[in-house]
Design a binder for this molecule. Structure first.
Ligand code: SAH
Length: 387
């Protein structure tokens, strides 16, 4: 269920016109493809596909992006509620909806009588059944222990193999990432020997892709301000075998130009917090136009700082997983107006059926729309510092 105020709906209507309802509807379901990026420093896409298929997991190469593979998402399946219920929080419910198991920290409430081994339904706070399975602990323990597997999910509305327990995942051969997110590092096109900064980097999806595209031979500095997310990023980089190729620094990236004024980067990624309207599936989301405006005021600050530690001639890529013009084109256009030295740079990466190039400023922006391209909603802009 999506609770967006009139102002936000109007902002989306400005972009989507008559297809607004179609867009909102598409946010409730996942795309038909679940994408994984193959860690090309360790293996090759066809080898990962072969391994998955040998265990009966359907997987295919993307038609256009060499490092991208996908697993078809099955569903939706209809599940009837059981007598015993476990209510999961939004984050956990969205994972169970896609076939993940339920862990105790995600449990908000459960039927008192649940004992280990019982068959239970996993539901959202609004009562929507997202999955069912076997309780691995009693309700008492789910609420008291706050850790460990709570429900082993055997059926869910949408189905995928348990990605995070696959040996390929544990060996660091794959990184779950939406297809549009993979285009960010592709548009940046990092080269060996370059100094590349990622200003809002955790948990490291784009940073690790940059490492792979530069074959581990670029100097990469990843900044983030959240200790918790940085620690997550460090374990992800470790899993992928990339720890030696990235420096991870804690910083408020709105002030990189004062705290790290000595940096002169060749390339920068700014992937700041956003309203995440493009992320799907959403079981529940509540946002207002004020959230959009607040986000846009925050986002431009990262651009203002990043540009100051970029070399003359350097390239900056701005991206978000959201769909309003206020957080995308308008942030970039306002920034270009402010900074005389910044100009839009044509994007030479094209995307056919699953992504649309918007022909403004040449080809400086890429937009991905869930209802048109069956992907996560995304925006990518490329800029160059001219002087
Ligand atoms: N680029 C990441 C996702 C980034 S999400 C990836 O591809 O995996 C946005 C990130 O911005 C979050 O990790 C958040 O902690 C970080 N962030 C928010 N405000 C920040 C600030 N002022 N300084 C540095 N990082 C910030």
């Amino acid at each position: 269920m999506l609770f967006y105020d009139e102002g936000l709906k109007a902002a989306l209507a400005k972009v989507f016109g008559d297809s607004l309802d179609q867009l909102l509807q598409s946010l409730l379901s996942p795309g038909q493809r679940y994408y994984l990026r193959v860690n090309t420093l360790k293996t090759a896409p066809e080898l990962v596909i072969e391994r998955l298929r040998s265990r009966g997991i359907e997987a295919y190469r993307d038609e256009e992006l060499a490092e991208a593979i996908y697993i078809p998402v099955k569903g939706p399946y209809r599940l009837e509620p059981r007598d015993k219920l476990v209510i999961a929080d939004k984050y956990a419910a969205e994972s169970v909806y896609m076939g993940s198991h339920l862990y105790a920290p995600g449990v908000i409430w459960c039927s008192d009588s649940i004992e280990r081994g019982d068959v239970v339904s996993v539901v959202t706070e609004k009562g929507l059944v997202v999955g069912e399975g076997n309780a691995v602990m009693s309700c008492r323990d789910m609420l008291k222990k706050r850790r460990g597997l709570a429900v082993e999910v055997t059926a869910s509305v949408y189905r995928l193999p348990p990605i995070r327990s696959l040996p390929e995942y544990l060996e660091g051969l794959i990184y779950p990432q939406s297809l549009p997110a993979m285009y960010v590092a592709r548009v940046l096109a990092p080269e060996p020997g370059e100094l590349v900064i990622d200003t809002c980097a955790a948990p490291g999806g784009k940073t690790s892709h940059i490492v792979e595209l530069a074959r581990g031979r670029a100097f990469v500095i990843a900044f983030d301000h959240s200790i918790k997310r940085i620690s997550n990023m460090l374990s992800e980089l470790d899993r992928l075998g990339h720890s030696g190729f990235v420096d991870v620094w804690k910083a408020d990236s709105r002030y990189l130009h004062t705290d790290f004024s000595w940096i002169k980067a060749d390339k920068a990624v700014v992937d700041p917090p956003c309203t995440a309207l493009g992320v799907r599936p959403k079981l529940f989301d509540a946002k207002t136009y004020a959230d959009v405006l607040n986000a846009s005021r925050y986002q431009i600050q990262f651009l203002r700082s990043a540009i100051k530690i970029l070399k003359k001639g350097g390239v900056l890529v701005y991206s978000t997983c959201t769909l309003t013009a206020e957080e995308n084109e308008e942030v970039v256009e306002k920034f270009i107006e402010e900074e005389v030295c910044v100009e839009p740079e044509p994007i030479d990466v094209r995307r056919g059926a699953r992504g649309l190039s918007l022909y403004r400023y040449g080809y400086a922006y890429l937009r991905f729309h869930p209802h048109e391209h069956d992907v996560t909603g995304y925006f990518i802009a490329k800029l160059r510092k001219r002087c």
